[in-house]
Design a protein around this ligand. Structure first.
Ligand code: GDP
Length: 437
């Protein structure tokens, strides 16, 4: 059984949670490899809705090893709340492991995030203000506090002092904030350390062992390719690398451990926050898609911007991730929209056309999708469980996408429910037992 990376192929919120959750049933281990609690996964189990920000969605399978990798930044308050919430609902979390090398979001990271965005004014990046960017910045500056530091009070205090010292000027407006008191902060984080100690582990060997034993390991990404700090629409991006290559770095395995890379993409497009969005529908149709797709953030509640499927950006995502298959989600949301449109190239200023995703920010900002029309369908597709169950035009839509990208479609989401998924031949062997006919 292979190592499979699941990444967002668009601007995040593609429905990775559900895809990972389904793959997790057969997996021996699921590991999150980047991001922080700016990601939000929604999993629907029967009548129950679970929202996760840090813990991999596979945790709902009793005893399954679910790891938070070294590449993730952890707000211990959010993590302990998530653990408490799951316990209260009777979920067995004995399989949870948190990398001792994962970095911690500290109270000053949250304050810096707020201060930074406020200062940018109109140029705001639209961060979720959860301290994630400042935490990754401290990691790169070698001023980060890691999970393992929680277990030694003296070291913890020294490191917090060293990390706060260079930020004194920026933090001056918050000087009276009790959250910034060195002693109080050390005490608070020691308490988190006591609570989290049973879960703190050296996670890479867990992954190596699972792979050596022939197990299935799912590497779970957060956000999406177009939000990648290197390959996305910088600076309107996240502060980590959601692309597949980061799965190795963020979990401690080599590239040879990865056999498949699944890109999760909605049948249309959404984007949260500022930044270029060539296929945006800033009109009543966009609003209709937003309502039909429930396009409001899991973590922030923010309304997402909506638009037609952008095949230029998606082909770029195939390339930077090395996608081996596409997991299409929310095809049902397009039901009743006829005709449909997809962008197969961009139109720029002065009649320029772009077949490839433009690397230059100023160029990209002026582009809009050159749309081609495809026929829609009106039949309810939420009951479809095979490609053959779909209306002919829905099949043609998927074929068009797959042909354009040159990769197979592995799964197709036809509704929010867990079983509202089509498993195509390309993914048959990974289909969860519960979904087998
Ligand atoms: P993630 O962060 O990429 O996992 O995305 P979110 O969890 O923020 O958003 C996905 C949302 O879409 C959740 O509310 C899911 O229940 C829902 N969802 C996932 N797949 C489908 C689908 O195929 N159809 C519909 N209608 N909803 C879906």
């Amino acid at each position: 059984m292979p190592g499979i990376v699941v990444v967002g192929a668009q601007w995040g919120d593609e429905g990775k949670g559900k895809v990972t959750d389904l793959l997790a049933e057969r997996a021996d281990l699921v590991i999150r490899f980047q991001g922080g609690n700016n990601a939000g996964h929604t999993i629907v189990r029967g009548d129950e809705v679970f929202k996760f920000h840090l813990i991999p969605s596979g945790i709902l399978y009793p005893g399954k090893t679910c790891a938070v990798g070294n590449g993730v930044v952890v707000d211990p308050r959010v993590l302990t709340d998530e653990i408490d919430g799951l316990r209260r609902r009777g979920v067995d979390i004995s399989g949870l492991r948190i990398s001792a090398n994962a970095h911690l979001i500290m109270p000053y990271h949250l304050l810096l995030d707020h201060a930074g965005e406020a200062k940018l004014g109109k140029l705001q990046i639209g961060t979720t203000r959860r301290g994630i960017g400042p935490c990754y910045a401290d990691k790169a500056a070698r001023l980060g506090i890691r999970m393992q530091d929680l277990l030694d009070e003296k070291i913890l205090k020294q490191k917090i002092y060293a990390a706060m010292e260079p930020k004194r000027l920026t933090l001056r407006p918050f000087a009276k904030d009790p959250a910034l008191d060195l002693h109080t902060m050390t005490e608070e984080y020691r308490r988190f350390g006591h609570r989290l100690e049973p879960y703190i582990a050296d996670t890479p060997p867990l992954v190596w062992r699972a792979l050596d034993d022939g197990g299935l390991v799912v590497f779970e990404g957060a956000q999406g390719t177009m939000l990648d700090i290197d390959h996305g629409t910088y600076p309107f991006v996240t502060s980590s690398n959601p692309v597949a290559g980061a799965a190795c770095v963020g979990s401690g395995v080599g590239p040879k451990s990865i056999d498949e890379v699944w890109g999760v993409a909605k049948a249309y497009c959404t984007r949260v926050g500022a930044g270029p969005f060539p296929t945006e529908l800033d009109d009543a149709l966009g609003e209709r898609i937003r309502k039909a797709g429930g396009e409001f953030g899991t973590t922030t509640g923010r309304a997402r911007r909506t638009g037609w499927l952008d095949l230029v950006a998606l082909r770029y995502a195939c390339q930077v991730n090395g996608l081996t298959a596409l997991a299409v989600t929310k095809l049902d949301v397009l039901t009743g929209l006829d005709p449909l449109y997809v962008a197969t190239r961009y139109l720029g200023a002065e009649g320029a056309t772009f077949e490839e995703f433009p690397y230059h920010q100023s160029v990209l900002h002026k582009t809009r999708g050159d749309l081609i029309e495809l026929p829609g369908w009106r039949e309810d597709i939420s009951g479809a469980r095979s490609i053959a169950d779909l209306p002919r035009n829905a099949q043609a839509y998927l074929d068009f996408v797959s042909d354009f990208l040159g990769i197979p479609v592995a799964t197709v989401g036809v509704g929010p429910a867990r079983d509202a998924v089509i498993w195509t031949g390309a993914a048959e062997r990974l289909r969860p037992a519960a979904a087998e006919a």
